[in-house]
Design a protein around this ligand. Structure first.
Ligand code: SF4
Ligand code: SF4
Length: 130
């Protein structure tokens, strides 16, 4: 991942059009595990805007403090974290017909190395890092 969207989200749709990799699902998308509740970032798609922008575009666009927070890098080191989150329904990782669940062990994603693991574990507000 990734960044994640919290319960502070007001479903305003300012973030999704800004994402360069279409990683954000709206609250009326049936693939969103929080359908009817809040927007959702697909961790298997989010690249933290690396190679696209200096700061995550979704967080820059979001009007609601604390709606978009850091999550763990989508890397093999955190494979179990995402596998267990998927089982608990925190995430809904995409299932590839042949490859199976697109967990980090199948495909890692870019992440901002300068963001500390502490900030990620604590799910700090993304824009507080810039
Ligand atoms: S950080 Fe960038 S890539 Fe990730 S969801 Fe936000 S806009 Fe999309
Ligand atoms: S911009 Fe922020 S408040 Fe609006 S839908 Fe996205 S996460 Fe929710």
């Amino acid at each position: 991942m990734a960044v994640m969207i919290t319960d502070a989200c007001i479903n305003c749709d300012a973030c999704a059009p800004e994402c360069p990799v279409a990683a954000i699902l709206s609250d009326d998308n049936e693939k969103n595990p929080y359908e009817g509740v809040k927007f959702y970032v697909r961790p298997e798609s989010c690249v933290e805007c690396v190679s696209h922008a200096d700061t995550p575009r979704c967080a820059e666009a979001c009007p609601t403090e604390g709606s978009i927070v850091w999550d763990m890098p989508f890397t093999v080191e955190f494979n179990d974290y995402y596998a267990s989150g998927h089982e608990k329904g925190v995430y809904q990782i995409r299932e590839h017909k042949k490859k199976g669940l697109m967990l980090p062990e199948m495909k890692e994603q870019a992440f901002m190395a300068e963001i500390s693991i502490d900030a990620r574990t604590s799910h700090v507000n993304v824009m507080d890092s810039f």
